[in-house]
Design a protein. Structure first.
Length: 248
């Protein structure tokens, strides 16, 4: 059994029994891992510290052939305050789920974790939650090797496009000449198209530092969520009830 130290964010927790928890962490150096935390459900126990979702900390873990178990944790920061706002917390949960699905490859974990922390901080600072989670979804695809082609027409390479359409089939922009190649390609709102370019070119916390009109944000978010859903072959439903409540 080896003792290791790693920094990570708790993205999921569930009870094993009356005393113990199983955690899912995204870590920079070990990727997404499952960690058993004995006595973590007992109030006041040493193991309960740092085992809540949205905790970012430095974890000391025992590693054995059966997996990881928690020894101790030093909390670096946490985002529990997001739970006080239904909309922000729901978007945060959506981001955690997407990040978890995108970190099966340990090599992608470090940039995903860094971007996720910037995204949670943006939510805390009051940035538009729909903008933050949409931008995160799109950036996530770039970080994991599935960026859309948006610097020119994906088919002919033309850059001076009078109309821009997005082809989910070809994973990128189509010019008006090539549009007939994919009749399902969506005509892009110019603000949404610029937002896509901005997010793919920006780094770190700058990813979330832009504004969109309500119309452009609606188009941008719809495209971002559909794109990640198709690339990861999963339907994300955490935001559905916000739509039912008519809040985003």
């Amino acid at each position: 059994m080896a003792l290791i130290k790693t920094k990570g964010l708790v993205i999921k927790e569930f009870a094993l029994n009356d005393a113990d928890k199983m955690l899912t962490l995204i870590t920079a150096d070990h990727g997404k891992i499952s960690v058993s935390a004995r006595n973590a459900r007992k109030s006041g126990s040493r193991s309960s510290y740092g085992t809540q979702v949205l905790t970012y900390g430095e974890y000391v873990l025992f590693r054995s052939k059966n997996g990881f178990s928690l020894n101790s944790c030093d909390v670096i920061t946490h985002y529990y305050d997001l739970a006080s706002d239904l909309v922000r917390f729901t978007h945060a949960a959506h981001m955690l789920e997407m990040a978890g699905d995108a970190t099966h490859d340990p090599q992608a974990a470090e940039p995903v974790l860094k971007t996720l922390l910037y995204g949670l901080q943006a939510l805390r600072k009051g940035r538009n939650p729909l903008l933050v989670s949409s931008a995160f979804a799109l950036k996530l695809m770039q970080l994991t090797g599935y960026p859309p082609h948006v610097t020119s027409c994906v088919n002919c390479g033309r850059t001076d496009m009078d109309e821009i359409r997005f082809s989910f089939k070809q994973c990128g922009f189509l010019c008006e000449t090539c549009a007939p190649l994919d009749l399902g390609a969506q005509l892009m709102d110019i603000g949404a198209a610029k937002a896509i370019l901005f997010v793919l070119c920006a780094n770190e916390g700058g990813i979330f530092n832009f504004e969109l009109s309500d119309k452009a944000l609606e188009a941008f978010s719809a495209l971002s969520f559909r794109y990640i859903g198709e690339r990861l072959d999963k339907r994300y439903s955490k935001l559905d009830f916000l739509k039912e409540l008519n809040v985003q």
